[in-house]
Design a protein. Sequence first.
Length: 205
Amino acid sequence: MEIGDYALGKTPVVALVCSAGGLPALSTVLSGLPADLPAAVLALQHMPPDRPSLLHVLLDRATALQVEQAEDGQPLTAGRVLVAPPGRHTLITTEETIALIPSGSTPPYRPSADLLLTTLAVVTGPRAIAVVLSGHGNDAATGCTAVHRFGGTVISASLESSAQPAMPQATIGRDAITDHVVHVDDLAAMLLTLTTTPLLEPPER
């Protein structure tokens, strides 16, 4: 088995989710990841559903990875960051492709971290790595519970390193589902370690 192989040779998938204060955190994490990262990356930040987003453009400037706004039917690919677009919930299909569905103009959070992480957990199991960054509210806590239940890894930014700590706090407070609490500046190094270490069995709980 080559370094970076996960779950019988399939690619790990990192999901970075955030809300208010998340752009600097996303930029910090992605800037520390190499272009040949042996993992697919998803980035999701809450945003108004009726406005265009330049999040993918801003993140592309911060990282050596290829960054694109996610499109319906797009496959998850190692070394590529797919950014959830406004006005659509981003889900993962059983074929490990992107499924975009209209989010509507009312809550839940848009786009929903819980929906993304739950579908990612069901499809990729122990290959899922959920990372909760700065934000208001409690979106991602339920999705991270699913990631934990299906054998994946849950990481939360430390509260002192989060501009808005409510989202990471909600995940940390969920019945010991969080595997690691890490300063934002150290998240990239942890992700490199996790995605370059072979994993054949779900971690022990």
